[in-house]
Ligand binder design. Structure first.
Ligand code: MLT
Length: 411
């Protein structure tokens, strides 16, 4: 008789965003006249930059000609894309990352989960609370945790609370952990990390032989010139950090799919016999075996992000969403709500009014304003009493949603 991976039974019934979609669909079916505005999942709404579209159309034409047709590409990604990323995203900021330390993939969500394939099962793992739920759920699936308690905290994980008191940046733990997930600009709180904060983490990781998983999917939204975009801007990070990045939020690739993971060749972890093993070799082996690369057409589209035209168009897209974030922050603050984030990030983290729980506020907002957000408690126990509003939508929808919220929830 076949058996299942019992770890899946420890998971909460549904992943956060499908659960939200389920509730919204039920409401929409019962209220077909309601004009629902979706500021829940951070999914982009504006069209792909023209430079990317043009590059993809050209690539499709190449696929139609035997002389330029492409079959399987390199599992790690085409060298021209990896070189452009190394040059513009890293070397231009003083980070000595080489093209062959960059692995192209179809998403940071997948990579932050898949990376666990190359690590052992007995690592002590730290996540912030609240946190992007993928980090937690993939560890549950891999059998790295016990059961969840009534607050949804899994036994065996080290939760580092992030809250208004610590500017939503976790305190360096006093105990030893082996793997640490950090996300800056932060999903869900929209907080950012200073160089000093990341320096403290790199120092901790190097002192303890830990590896930091640094999720920089929202780095393009940083406008403050003093804030680091990459963990490799910190000396020593190449010895202790893997970085994840994505074309989803800067260039609108959520439906097109392209991302990257940086695994420096200087990064090692211990084998069972105590020897040091290069993580690059393991990830390269894993990707060559389980992944066949991102389509040529999509990689050409991603490469166009680095053209002069592409850079200008991506900058305009990011500014557009940041202006939305500013409108959300301003309107909610005027209405008397307490907001965080939304300045160097596309997410606004709102204290729920009148002491409402996160899900109660979600339901009230959906039913009275026909606006969808994300309940803070869906990101972890410490997110209870908060609510995330995404700036990814049209200007018209953002303005309208804020008007509706301000009318109903002025405090
Ligand atoms: C979010 O809303 O948190 C993001 O869209 C999730 C993701 O990028 O996978």
């Amino acid at each position: 008789m076949a058996t299942i991976n019992d770890n899946y039974l420890k998971l909460k019934a549904g992943y956060l965003f499908p659960e939200i979609a389920r509730r919204v669909n039920a409401f929409a079916q019962a209220n077909p006249e309601a004009k629902i505005i979706r500021l829940g999942i951070g999914d982009v709404t504006e069209p792909l930059p023209e430079a990317c579209r043009k590059a993809m159309i050209k690539a499709i034409e190449e696929m139609g000609d035997r002389a330029t047709f492409k079959g399987y590409g390199p599992e790690q990604g085409y060298p021209w894309l990896r070189e452009a990323i190394a040059k513009y995203d890293f070397q231009a900021r003083g980070c000595q990352i080489d093209a062959d330390e960059i692995f192209i993939s179809d998403g940071s969500k997948c990579d932050t989960g898949n990376i666990l394939d190359i690590f052992g099962d007995n690592n002590a793992i730290a996540v912030t609370d609240p946190v992007y739920p993928v980090y937690v759920d993939t560890n549950v699936m891999a059998g790295h945790t016990g059961e969840a308690n009534e607050k949804g905290e899994y036994e065996g994980l080290v939760y580092l609370p992030i809250n208004a008191e610590n500017n939503f940046t976790a305190k360096i733990p006093s105990q030893k952990v082996d793997l640490i997930y950090l996300c800056f600009p932060n999903n869900p709180t929209g907080a950012t990390a200073t160089k000093e904060h990341l320096k403290a983490w790199v120092g901790y990781a190097r002192a303890n032989g830990s590896i930091i998983f640094f999720d920089a999917a929202y780095e393009a939204f940083i406008t403050n010139p003093d804030l680091p975009h990459s963990i490799y801007e910190i000396e020593g990070a190449k010895e202790c950090a893997i970085e994840f990045r994505s074309f989803s939020k800067n260039a609108g690739f959520t439906g097109t799919r392209c991302a990257l993971t940086v695994v420096p060749k200087t990064l090692t972890a211990k084998a069972a016999d105590g020897s040091d093993v290069e993580l690059w070799k393991l990830w390269n082996r894993r990707q060559s075996t389980k992944f066949n690369g991102v389509s040529y057409i999509v990689q050409r589209g991603a490469e166009a992000v680095y053209s002069e035209e592409g850079q200008a168009q991506v900058k305009a897209l990011v500014s557009f969403y940041l202006e939305n974030a500013k409108i959300i922050c301003d309107r909610l603050t005027e209405a008397g709500l307490k907001v965080y984030g939304g300045v160097n990030a596309p997410y606004v983290w709102v204290k729920t009014p009148n002491g409402l729980s996160s899900w109660d506020f979600f339901d009230k907002l959906l039913h009275t304003c026909h606006v969808v957000g994300t309940p803070g408690s869906g990101f972890g126990a410490a997110g209870e009493g908060y609510f995330r509003i995404s700036a990814f939508n049209s200007r018209e929808n953002v303005e309208e949603a804020m008007k509706r919220i301000a009318e109903k929830f002025r405090v």
